[in-house]
Design a protein around this ligand. Structure first.
Ligand code: HEM
Length: 439
């Protein structure tokens, strides 16, 4: 999705706004539409040609209100526009598609497994992955950082979940297919077929993983991976059922794979477009954690999350009927002039920066500690290795109404003194990183 200054919002015809069609996010400019909605219709109803409808919620405070209050806005019927109007089969079973108390019972133990404390020791592993990713820069060649970034989360979530490396490429592609089924580059058959292949293959894959582990002796607690943990953990006083484990594995993998890469690509592009901001990071690495937060606000990789109204209610001056779908546009909330000073300025030292890229309320991203850790390490490594980046080819955006993504960002870079030797040593020790190729 294009990220920059919005066009003329006063010229937008509200009756013609279409935030559903994925091609908008590949070739259009949602930021201009979101700005127009925030100004003139902050809670706006869109009717689709097939009769389905949803409310778009675009202001920061309304987005927070919807995400915060599960008693009025439920997640249990599904949270993604791609399944608008169909009850999510994982509703009430998968953490992301459930409400308290089921949600709380699932979330508490899983949160411990993904906490800062639990992840602390993984830093060296993630650093090595970053250096392996940068190997194409050694010969002064073009590096498609977006394609490499697509494989990045798999390289540590795969280990965390105990998934064999030979499966990573396919799993990466399947997760992209699940959120961008109409993007021709990732299609297998038409759009519907792509979505169905992605869902079936991912569920079958995790089902097999769980079955294979059932026949093995249980590992010691300090040896177990995330799937072992899900098989052992209790929620509401009982062990999880097979399908509950499978759905939550799916959700964890999807959560990591379809978001983190796009924060990377968009942030690198922002730093290329704002070289003064990159120079600030080079001069003062202590700015990196704040820069990551600004990168998250700027990119808002998860474009939206949806809820359904539990009862008749009012929001932003509009009457919402029980059962209506409401879509919170996180990218819009993160540019709301009432919540952020000069929101279209990319500022690595922005403070305060209470962005909603990880959501808000009970479903606040459970992977945020892992995402922050890996993005922080990635930008520490990139700034220590690279003096300057230049775009070296056409930038291509993902066709998805869920993931605000860049799928290709070819660049060349000037390495800092000593970087080539550091990258070479890592590649010699570990081999090149798995990159996304047709699988
Ligand atoms: C830059 C990276 C990421 C972004 C922008 C992001 C964004 C989000 C957002 C906005 C939500 C809230 C969903 C809602 O309100 O319905 C969420 C939830 C979630 N995320 Fe992330 N995420 C990221 C990384 C990750 C990672 C690395 C993982 C896995 C380890 C993950 C797994 C999940 C899960 C399982 C949920 C559901 C939590 C719940 O329902 O309580 N995410 N994420």
């Amino acid at each position: 999705m294009r990220i920059g200054q919005p066009g003329d919002s006063t010229a937008v015809d509200l009756d013609r706004i279409d935030l559903f069609t994925p091609s908008l996010y590949a070739a259009g400019d949602p930021h201009t539409l979101w700005k127009a909605l925030r100004e003139r219709a902050p809670v706006h109803r869109q009717l689709l040609p097939d009769g389905r409808a949803f409310w778009s919620v675009t202001r920061y405070h309304d987005v927070n209100e919807v995400l915060r209050d599960h008693t009025r806005f439920t997640s249990a019927k599904g949270t993604l526009l791609s399944i608008l109007g169909t009850d999510d089969p994982a509703g009430g079973t998968m953490m992301a598609a459930s409400d308290p108390p089921v949600h709380t019972a699932l979330r508490e133990p899983m949160g411990k497994m993904l906490s800062h404390r639990a992840l602390r020791d993984r830093a060296p592993e993630i650093r090595a992955v970053v250096r392996r990713m940068t190997a194409p820069l050694l010969d002064g060649g073009v590096w498609d950082i977006a394609a490499s970034a697509a494989a990045f989360p798999m390289a540590f979530t795969g280990t965390l979940m105990g998934l064999p490396e030979r499966h990573w490429r396919r799993l990466t592609k399947l997760t992209t297919m699940a959120v961008a089924p109409s993007d021709a580059e990732f299609q297998e058959g038409g759009g519907e077929s792509t979505l169905s292949v992605a869902h079936h293959e991912l569920f079958a894959y995790f089902s097999d993983q769980v079955r294979a582990r059932s026949g093995r002796p249980r590992p010691a607690a300090d040896q177990e991976d995330l799937i072992d943990f899900l098989m052992r953990m209790e929620a509401g006083g009982r062990r999880l059922r097979h399908e509950e484990i499978v759905y939550n594995c799916y959700s964890l993998l999807l959560g990591a794979n379809v978001t983190t890469p796009h924060a990377i690509a968009a942030m690198v592009l922002a730093l290329i477009e704002h070289p003064d901001q990159y120079r600030r990071l080079l001069a003062d690495p202590a700015l990196i954690p704040g820069a990551v937060e600004e990168g998250l606000r700027w990119s808002s990789p998860a474009n939206h999350f949806m809820r359904y109204a539990v009862r008749d209610l009012e929001l932003g001056g509009r009457q919402i009927a029980a059962g209506d779908a409401l879509v919170t546009w996180l990218g819009s909330a993160n540019r709301d002039e009432e919540a952020f000073t000069d929101p279209y300025r990319f500022d690595v030292a922005r403070r305060p920066n209470r962005h909603v890229a990880f959501g808000f309320g009970p479903h606040y991203c459970i992977g945020a500690p892992l995402a922050r850790l890996s993005l922080g390490l990635l930008f520490e490594e990139l700034t220590s290795l690279i003096e300057e980046f230049t775009v070296a080819g056409p930038i291509e955006h993902l066709e998805s109404n869920f993931t605000a993504g860049i799928k290709h960002l070819p660049l060349t870079a000037v390495l800092r003194p000593g970087s080539a030797q550091r990258i070479e040593r890592t590649v010699a020790a570990t081999g090149p990183a798995p990159v996304l190729e047709p699988a």
